[in-house]
Design a protein around this ligand. Sequence first.
Ligand code: PEP
Ligand code: MG
Length: 559
Amino acid sequence: MITLNGIGASPGTAEGMLLCFRRRVFAGPPRPVGTVEQEKERFHTALRQADIQLQQLCRDTAADADEACAQVFEIHRMMLQDQDYLQSVEELIEQKGKGVEYAVEETSRIFSNAFLTMESATMQARSADIQDVSSRLLRILRGEEEKPLSLPFPVILAADDLRPSETVQLDKKKLLAIVTSEGSRNSHTAILARTMGIPAIVRLGDVFTAAMNGKRAAVDGSAGTLWIDPTDAIYEIIRAKSSDLDARRQQLQQYKGLPSVTKDGVSVRLMANVGSVEDCEAAMENDAEGVGLFRTEFQYLGASAYPGEEELFRCYRAAVETMKGRPVTFRTLDIGADKQAPYLSLPEEANPAMGIRAVRLYLARRDLMRTQLRALYRASVYGQMAIMIPMIDSVWELQEVRVAARLACRELGAEGIPFNPDVPIGTMIETPAAALISDELAKTADFFSIGTNDLTQYTLAADRQNGAVSPFYDARHSAVLRLIRMAAENAKAAGIPVSVCGDLATDLTMTDFFLSCGVTTLSVPPKMVLPLRERVRSLVIGRQEGPLPPPGESREGGV
Ligand code: PEP
Ligand code: MG
């Protein structure tokens, strides 16, 4: 038996077979540019391979009765036969003596910009398709794998590290646990595991080899221990722990339906953090009073092509309907940093956590913002919702999004599509700047939600992805806590609700701090809602409060 210790990233136990996943690494030197004929030949071979892949994708998606998706791949096939596109790539090879990779990248840039400047929304949307299909060609030219990781049967998945886009595409029914050599407790992959309730351990060291594939293993996600070829005694320990967890889950059922109020009458709303409609079901099962954070980017990360308005609308409508009148707070697209969708073809950045991420991408790519806002407003008539903007630093950024929201509503109105104009629009507080100007932001935001994961990383200059700096990444650092208090007090002074939706909300030793600051909502992974309610009901805060403000009301009569 081998015993390995890492950092517990998501609690729970598992036993099963180990599947070691190694991403192929393409770190070779750049390929020298060949002759014009060689480069053109490579281009045409890549075109043929792309067409085969796209035909397969059309067949697969049509078989899954996903007609809209199948159509997208048909459009991509047509794009690869477009004479202007082919000519542009060939001319760059012939006239500029460039390699085919450069020629495809440059053509993609020129064509996608041209589509973006067109009047019609349908033509603008083609911009993302051109980028997507060009990325496919580039992956083929570079010999990169593009298949999502597929699990043959229920396994404990071992990897160096997993990207959020890989994790989100995994079949949860076949995922017993995730164990990684690297990673960090604060990465989005770890957050996803906690949201899905799947045990996970990170930073086990460089131990996984192909020889370990198929070995039996056991996982304790709370202790951060992985056993390979466990003895019977270990199996007994794991099973005992698992039945303790079941008993604890059973005991927590008594808190369902009870008010989330302290012994001295301070009320708080307990909501759930989710990333999918399936997670909303888990939120309901755990009696969450709503969704405090719907990470909408996971739908984008799980897709092989840019999700269109219809697909987004279907997801948002299903989410609000699943929550049966309980409010759903949709956080708009927070792509960038560790969350990358290849079809968006975002430029590489030296320091992506400080680059074009979240609202910055929204403002740079108006097509993305418009499509998502339209889909959200279309879903707004099917339940209660709020819209929340990530990574806000300045008031003008929030104002820009409000203007775009107003435009989306005007368009829907002109098309005769029903929507609720009074959806509250709030901001995340996840940079020190946002906390420091929270008095000003409170005049434009209908509510605040404090994202302690990023607030910690940006306040302490400690990368949340990098396990090596985890001793410096301390969400309970007094600098972070002062910023939280400042934002909560400014929200209270302005009479708007304030939530904490970052991971620190799951720390039950911090609940009294949050309530004493005047936090009105705590939002946590579904499985944490009932333990948190138990905790709230045991506390005495020592401050008297009136009733909670409503869960965010829109200002100025709506958008
Ligand atoms: C946060 O930063 O605390 C947050 C909730 O957002 P995310 O973890 O998705 O960046
Ligand atoms: Mg964040």
